[in-house]
Design a protein around this ligand. Sequence first.
Ligand code: ADP
Ligand code: ZN
Length: 291
Amino acid sequence: MLYGAIEAGGTKIICAVGNEEGEILDLIRIDTLTPDVTMPKIIEYFKENSVESIGIGTFGPAGVNPEATNYGYILDTPKLPWAHFNFLGTLQEQFSIPMNFDTDVNGAALAEHQWGSAKDVHSCIYITVGTGIGGGAFVNGKLLHGLLHPEMGHILVPRHPDDQFEGVCPFHGNCLEGMAAGPAIEKRWGQKAYLLDPSHPAWEMEAYYLAQGILNYIMILSPERIILGGGVMGQKHLYPMIRKKVQELLKEYIKVPALEIDIDHFIVSPQLGENAGTYGALALALQALNK
Ligand code: ADP
Ligand code: ZN
């Protein structure tokens, strides 16, 4: 049987077909233009590729609570043509199959738990450090929702002692995203992040901010694994730096092997790589059928 995946991002939307083993068998990329232009292309793809269910992992903010009246909607996004657009409803008008609508990062957390870096544990957090910072959580056998969904990038973190940068979050200035997402690194140092040498002080500062965020996630959600993905984490040297800083910040307060001798297996890269979001949407499609 085949299942449909839609990974909706701010610049492109990936539509794919996969199976229960987590294999992607076909995939197309569509530019995220306006709903009028983009939705018919998505619909056409799934008219040509018949599936049992569809999972949608989307950029946020999005209505992900099935009991809420805004379920399936994109909410107040700066990507204006998509604000208050009924994404799920538009697909449901065309296909009478089970569907599941969640954030891209919640989907990625689910897929990493099902097929990737968190297969062997019961809970995980997936954090993306890219154009923004976002996080999804799989805890107590479920993806975490609530009032809306977690917004793990917009937490407040102490300023690095050598940092005078004001931050780039349009809402909060110096929240974690405002200080540590790709655009913040580039504005602070006046260079493309991927051009900064591994010895540049930018990375010590980046590890400092990300470790502060991770400390908070550990204290609040007590996850058994933390997966760090997104473009900025292409800087592989950040992983050991972040692990070390997390340990320093913990000050041995929580005495469990995962945070002490096993930290290399606690803060990890996504096993599903750059495609974690597409696998995430596939995992959401399976979840729609309780698989
Ligand atoms: P998005 O978050 O838009 O889905 P990405 O996860 O690819 O996309 O993140 C893009 C951001 O990551 C940009 O700010 C870019 O500068 C930064 N980035 C991408 N690749 C690298 C890299 N190898 N090293 C450092 N930063 C990178
Ligand atoms: Zn913010």
